[in-house]
Design a binder for this molecule. Structure first.
Ligand SMILES: Nc1ncnc2c1ncn2[C@@H]1O[C@H](COP(=O)(O)OP(=O)(O)OP(=O)(O)O)[C@@H](O)[C@H]1O
Length: 233
């Protein structure tokens, strides 16, 4: 459906039954994110940010509520996670705190791998990987193994890998937490660029208040909910 938000989350909850009682990790969160939007997710530790990203990213089912992608309901309490794998692979790019690159593959091979698994010819996958690395000022490191790259370079490779199949939705969970402020800023600026030039919807969980100027919108989580009154800057 054209015009629909890239991501629409409706009354999403995730509860865990633990020995100590019911944990309401996420408790009725609704949020729409449009194409081209860069949204920052802030909130104290344990406020439900990562849980939200896992559910929005179709990595877990909610206890209740729904996740819609481009106007299509894809996830709900009874959704079959296995059947969501294909949607996840094609339509969502993930970046986590650690780059988690495959150590015995070069930077460009790390990016190309997912494309090759999706039946892109190896030569095309590698050429595309190099183009992405060039866009992130990293093409001179294309043939290096991850161990030869700095933390910031590894994280940029991870961003390139997430972009490889041009997903309309990028979800990043504290992608700059392991980086110094300069490199962290670089990575955040790349997300800004991706939203602006590729029209991707990008959600980034961060604790770093130094990047707030880059976001179109900031959402604050507290106790598994979005803080009303703090939704927009
Ligand atoms: N599998 C689980 N079982 C029980 N409780 C859980 C589980 N996963 C998360 N929680 C709880 O849900 C709440 C929200 O956790 P979540 O990881 O989403 O918070 P967060 O805001 O991402 O925190 P941080 O900033 O520290 O990463 C926390 O109280 C956490 O302990």
């Amino acid at each position: 459906m054209s015009g629909a938000p890239v991501l629409s989350v409706r009354s999403l909850s995730r509860h865990y039954a633990t020995g100590g009682g019911l944990v309401r990790a996420l408790d009725g969160v609704s949020l729409d994110v449009a194409a081209g939007e860069l949204v920052g997710i802030f909130g104290p530790s344990g406020s439900g940010k990562s849980t939200f990203l896992m559910l929005a990213g179709l990595l877990e089912n909610p206890t209740s509520g729904e996740v819609w992608l481009a106007g299509e309901r894809v996830s709900h309490a009874d959704a079959d996670l296995d059947s969501l794998r294909e949607i996840r692979r094609k339509r969502i790019g993930f970046v986590f705190q650690k780059a988690n690159l495959i150590p015995f593959l070069s930077a460009v091979e790390n990016i190309a791998l997912g494309l090759e698994l999706a039946d892109v010819a190896p030569a095309d996958a590698h050429a595309h990987g190099r183009r992405l690395l060039a866009a992130l000022d990293l093409v001179h490191r294309a043939d290096h193994l991850p161990a030869k790259l700095s933390g910031g370079e590894q994280q940029r490779v991870a961003v390139a890998r997430a972009l490889a199949n041009a997903p309309p939705l990028i979800l990043a969970d504290e992608p700059t937490a392991a980086l110094d402020s300069v490199r962290g800023r670089q990575v955040m600026e790349i997300f800004r660029r991706i939203a602006g030039t590729r029209g991707a919807a990008v959600l980034v969980i961060t604790h770093d208040p130094r990047s707030t100027d880059l976001f179109d919108r900031i959402v604050h989580f507290e106790d598994g909910r979005i803080c009303v009154g703090k939704v927009d800057r």
